[in-house]
Design a protein around this ligand. Structure first.
Ligand SMILES: C[S@@+](CC[C@H](N)C(=O)[O-])C[C@H]1O[C@@H](n2cnc3c(N)ncnc32)[C@H](O)[C@@H]1O
Length: 281
């Protein structure tokens, strides 16, 4: 007999974790996948949610995975340089990056809202190098507390998270992290204002209540958010996506090159970025 499926009791923003989770599960079933995540596949099968409603969201499915694969690469580089460092995943959702990349010596701190950590705890067991934190990143004291769990150099990752905050809260996250973890690297994604205006047409988000609320004209704008923050790398999501044109719906394959020639700024509409949170103290 099949085990009963696990119900999902999540708030509107927390529910968005289902999209990248589903995306990684789908990718794992492909022979030509850009990443493999057997945990995502197992979790999708266990949850009581009709993932079939996302089946048309081909671009988001690929998009979540090329983004995750890029970030996996940055985390891998960090762990090569600092094998006993700490990776802090803000808004971790049901991401199994620690399973994908653990090297046996790193520390992992995984933070999300309490409804998410309650669900996450059903699938991921803590261990002496992995800490699950139930908190909001808008709570300054929770960012300060990260320092106590961390050891050695830190890389902080927020993937698909800041875009759900308002502008003062995002600034507060940069200020709080800069103060708590000076010298750490910080991975974040950022949208420009037009993406927010056209989000009603988003292939996956139109099935969800949550809305993107934070945008910047250029990811470099975050350098003004806290003293000493510097943008070290920025990667175009468009370029990541269009590196796999055969995976995109036919209309996108045709329209993308035309639009990007007429409006080159489209390549910078959504970026995945790596910043340094000031010099280490
Ligand atoms: C689109 S999901 C991304 C999940 C995960 N990073 C991934 O890539 O699979 C957004 C996540 O951000 C979390 N989140 C949103 N606002 C948050 C906040 N204020 N504090 C902590 N987590 C938050 C949500 O609960 C959710 O898990």
């Amino acid at each position: 007999m099949n085990a009963p499926r696990i119900p999902i009791a999540l708030g509107a923003v927390a529910r968005t974790l289902l999209v990248p989770l589903w995306a990684r599960a789908e990718e794992t079933r492909r022979a030509d996948g850009v990443l493999r995540d057997p945990h995502a596949d197992a979790i999708v099968r266990a949850l009581d949610f009709d993932f079939a409603l996302l089946r048309e969201a081909q671009a988001s499915q690929l998009g979540c995975c090329v983004r995750a694969a890029l970030v996996d690469g940055w985390v891998r580089d960090f762990l090569t340089a600092h094998p006993a460092g700490t990776v802090i995943e803000l808004g971790v959702g049901l991401n199994s990056r620690s399973e994908r990349l653990d090297n046996g010596t790193a520390r992992w701190i995984e933070l999300d809202l309490p409804d998410v950590t309650a669900l996450r705890a059903r699938f991921f067991a803590p261990h002496e190098r992995r800490t699950l934190v139930a908190a909001s990143i808008t709570d300054r004291a929770s960012l300060d507390a990260l320092r106590a769990h961390a050891a050695g150099p830190c890389m902080v990752v927020s993937e698909g998270v800041l875009v759900y905050l308002d502008a003062p809260s995002v600034r507060g996250v940069f200020e709080g992290l800069r103060a708590a973890l000076p010298g750490a690297s910080f991975v974040f994604d950022a949208m420009t204002p037009p993406v927010l205006r056209f989000q009603g047409a988003h292939d996956a988000m139109r099935h969800f209540e949550a809305r993107f609320t934070w945008s910047v004209s250029h990811p470099r704008d975050v350098e003004r958010f806290a003293d000493g923050v510097s943008l070290e790398r920025t990667h175009s999501f468009y370029d990541l996506l269009y590196a796999h044109p055969h995976r995109l719906p036919r209309w996108m394959r045709a329209a993308g090159p035309v639009v990007s020639r007429a409006w080159p700024a489209v390549r910078g509409c959504y970026t995945i970025n790596l910043a340094r949170l000031g010099p280490a103290r």
